[in-house]
Design a binder for this molecule. Structure first.
Ligand SMILES: Cc1cc2nc3c(=O)[nH]c(=O)nc-3n(C[C@H](O)[C@H](O)[C@H](O)COP(=O)(O)O)c2cc1C
Length: 474
């Protein structure tokens, strides 16, 4: 079935990368992954991170539910020492789907239970949780808010691709933007959510600035008028204001951020069947609303602004940066290099190894720009059996401080424990990037408006039947 991933050893991956024009080291010694690291005031026991992975399995009013609790117990028992809790909305209007977690007064007991069960599972498995960090990603979905798009700015290529569900049409250039007053209220919502999350004991919050949700779109909003658009200072105003208030009011709370350092531009599939391949959408130059992207050539990064933002946030008190890229709806091959496309996607327009190399290249430059704070790299799952070898090489070389695993963790939540014990992953649980999880995330024909997501091939017990229901509807 595999089209691209045909490697039998780490050195074959390096050789292919080189043939494609990129140096990518893969180490045979995985020990660097198991060296402790100081993050803020905590020393974590290894360099392995469970990336934020939304399960879309909360209740309609934003509580974690049975599958959510189960996921965090499994992550807790899994052995990674940084658990980057998934996207949880700071307000109901900013939720990305009807089952996204919400940080509100009425959900705090549930979120606290999720955290408690996660930590307990870690203690049960390892005896202590003193070297474990658990955070929560605070999000406002902006243009991808499910009730209606809440726009930071207009984007000539993205607007026609962004659906306004209520209006039954795409976003149009005359649709209003969130006003400066709206954004000021959203700042308040962020600070309130941070306080709530700190009070129930999460170790850190993530001010989410990736994947073209609200704060990510603001970074790109060069064409927005007023005090939140135009200059880089204005485009970072919201995040800096929130950070300043958190530092003042909640000095003990560790603040992290997941930062898009390269947006690229939207792609769309062209062709039929296996030849339905991603192509860049028609666009005009210079690009104005693509953060971290060369304004004359969307395929190239221009990291001058992302580096400036990383330094600005470090100076303002961010202790941890998780580097990501792309837009899961508009250029999924950038966010998650994959063997097979998701239902709403197209076949890879580039070798997935190039997508992995892009993630590595970008994270390395951000880490080099802010050596004082740890950077987490993304985009490892496509490397499958050999993801740990690339992670170990990147950590050993100091290119990143930690390696984040996304889809891989749904298939193999105990990947870190298995690696530590056996020196390799369990072949029967390795994510093959067939995009079941994304397909489930995109399935909305459920009585609650959203199917939960997970890994049906490797977690049949929880997701086998749910996957079948989705198939039956097709
Ligand atoms: C089902 C699913 C849920 C995700 N949820 C989140 C999320 O809540 N927040 C986030 O920043 N990224 C989210 N992502 C992106 C992943 O964290 C990760 O960046 C991406 O899958 C690429 O990493 P990988 O190659 O290790 O999978 C999600 C991805 C998938 C497939």
């Amino acid at each position: 079935m595999a089209r691209f991933f045909k490697y039998k050893s780490p050195s074959e991956v390096s050789a292919e990368a080189l043939a494609l024009g990129h140096e990518m080291a893969l180490a045979s010694d995985l020990a660097p992954l198991f060296t402790p690291l100081r993050i803020g005031t905590v020393t974590v026991g290894n360099r392995l991170v469970v990336q934020p992975m939304e399960g879309c399995d909360g209740t309609l009013d934003g509580h974690p539910d049975e599958l959510t609790f189960r996921r965090y117990r499994r992550f807790g028992a899994g052995g990674a020492k940084v658990l980057w809790g998934e996207a949880a909305a700071i307000c109901d209007a900013g939720r990305a789907n009807s089952r996204q977690l919400l940080v509100a007064e009425h959900t705090l007991a549930g979120l606290e239970q999720m955290l408690r069960e996660c930590r307990q599972a870690h203690r049960d498995a390892f005896g202590s949780d003193s070297d474990l960090l658990v955070g929560l990603q605070l999000t406002h979905s902006g243009r991808y808010s499910y009730r209606q798009p809440l726009l930071a700015t207009h984007d000539p290529v993205l607007d026609p691709l962004t659906r306004n569900r209520e209006a039954g049409r795409a976003v149009s250039p005359s649709d209003p933007l969130l006003t400066d007053d709206d954004l000021a209220r959203i700042e308040d919502d962020y600070v309130t959510a941070a306080r709530r999350v700190a009070n129930i004991g999460f170790d850190f919050i993530d001010l989410k600035q990736c994947h073209r949700y609200l704060l990510s779109e603001l970074l790109a909003a060069k064409n927005r008028p007023g005090k939140y658009g135009g200059s880089l200072e204005n485009r970072t105003r919201l995040v800096r204001n929130v950070l300043g208030r958190i530092r003042r009011d909640l000095p003990e709370l560790m603040v992290a951020t997941r930062l898009n350092c390269y947006d690229g531009i939207p792609y769309r599939g062209e062709g039929v069947g296996d030849n339905f391949i991603g192509q860049p959408c028609p666009h005009e130059l210079p690009l104005v609303t693509a953060f971290g992207t060369d304004s004359q050539d969307h395929r190239r990064e221009d990291l001058s602004e992302p580096i400036a933002v990383a330094r600005m946030l470090r100076d303002a008190g961010v202790s941890l940066i998780n580097v990501s890229a792309g837009n899961p709806y508009a250029n999924p091959h950038v966010v998650r290099p994959a063997e097979f496309p998701p239902v709403d996607g197209y076949h890879a327009p580039e070798h997935p190894l190039l997508g992995v190399a892009r993630h590595f290249r970008i994270a390395r430059q951000i880490q080099a720009a802010v050596p004082e704070i740890p950077v987490v790299g993304s985009g490892y799952s496509w490397l499958q059996d050999f993801a740990p070898h690339a992670a170990a090489a990147n950590v050993a070389a100091g290119y990143v401080s930690l390696a984040g695993f996304g889809r891989a963790t749904l298939a193999h939540p105990d990947f870190a424990r298995t690696l530590a014990a056996e020196g390799r992953l369990n072949r029967k649980q390795i994510c093959r990037t067939f995009s079941y999880c994304t397909a489930m995330m995109r399935a909305k024909q459920h009585p609650l408006g959203q199917f939960p997501t997970g890994c049906p091939p490797f977690d049949k017990e929880a997701y086998g039947e749910i996957w079948q229901q989705i198939q039956d509807q097709r």
